[in-house]
Design a protein around this ligand. Sequence first.
Ligand SMILES: C[S@@+](CC[C@H](N)C(=O)[O-])C[C@H]1O[C@@H](n2cnc3c(N)ncnc32)[C@H](O)[C@@H]1O
Length: 426
Amino acid sequence: MNLRALAAKAVFDVLERGVSLSVALPEQQKLLSDGKDKALLAELCYGVMRFLPQLDHCVSQFMSKPLKGKQRIVHQLLLVGVYQLYFTRVPAHAAISETAEACRKLKFEGLVKVVNGVLRNIQRQIPALAESNDTLKYNYPGWLLKRLKAAYEQWPQIVEASHQRPPMWLRNNRRQQSRDQYIAKLVAAEINCRPGLSDDAIELEFATDVSRLPGFAEGAVSVQDGAAQWAATLLAPQDGELVLDACAAPGGKSCHLLELADIQLLAVDADSKRLERVQQNLDRLALNAKVIHGDAANIDSWWSGERFDRILLDAPCSATGVIRRHPDIKWLRKDSDIQELAELQKQILDHCWQWLKPGGTLLYATCSILPDENSNQVAAFLARTPDARLDALPQQADPLAIGWQILPGQDGMDGFFYARLKKATL
Ligand SMILES: C[S@@+](CC[C@H](N)C(=O)[O-])C[C@H]1O[C@@H](n2cnc3c(N)ncnc32)[C@H](O)[C@@H]1O
């Protein structure tokens, strides 16, 4: 299989068909057997997503007319080609000949010369990548830049942080060993790491395949970003409690809750396919939960038991805090999605609240950095909910802020938001 052709297919699926890269990439990776080839394929696809406006602009400067319809995939192939010339150590002659060959493999014989010619022209000149407007300068969609500028003085740093490659984080399974014990095992396996700020978190110096992690298959650790690991710690489940994880799939936070305390957990999600991953994660870690396919905005339809002591609401969101892990989000989301998501979050939050016991705790979480999904959402909830009060988190830099907004790259973590809400006792 020609690796550049596979990259063009994955990029095409994202940009033309709206498929997320985390689905499109593995589809193509499974056609390769060599680990290094898989890694290069990922690098090419992620790179194109990170620098799409500049790459697009560069290609268009060297084409007399844009490619349309079925030929669009050759445009995506050119993006892959240009990315190699600017951002990788692949020798230019190899990048060009392999990309031209990919055009043949994609069955666009008639365009091989065009691909070759465009890439050769660019290679001869290597013009500075355009920075003539903010979208080109920052490789970000205009609507999202506008929202970030309105919310944060430090928006350029946020944008810069979301272009960085994220570190790999592990969550120690404290039911098997202490974090220090596991760090010692990593060091013995020559995997450099350091403890994170939350109790179970370990940040690796370099990402590695999970097969190299001591005891991974037996559940000694899980892969989970340092920011996401705060969820279970902040909800702080206690032995014997009934806990709801209202939007649970793929189950990282559900498993962490079960590692922390002997609770009865309901792990619910509206997406049955994603729920399969919850059960797989529970099985690997030898943990038990009731896994339920259901709507968190209509709990009555699948639960007739008592109300919950604690609820984790890790709401569906724009995922703007995790663009460094999923750069395709920039091109898959649109401005109008934010209002729709905020409305969905509101419905789920209001409904889950009714299912919380008096005196109970609900942790509202998103991996967004947009106030409409976070602080504004929670402020509006507090204003319309007389029996709710905000429990300030010690981690918040500003104790008067509504919730704890973690920005991408802060202490090595993803962008995340947490607000802990307490329900009045009767
Ligand atoms: C941010 S993800 C959850 C991640 C998960 N908590 C974890 O740590 O692995 C949000 C989830 O909400 C689910 N979802 C969206 N709308 C829902 C609804 N109305 N009821 C329940 N789940 C919903 C999505 O399927 C998605 O899996």
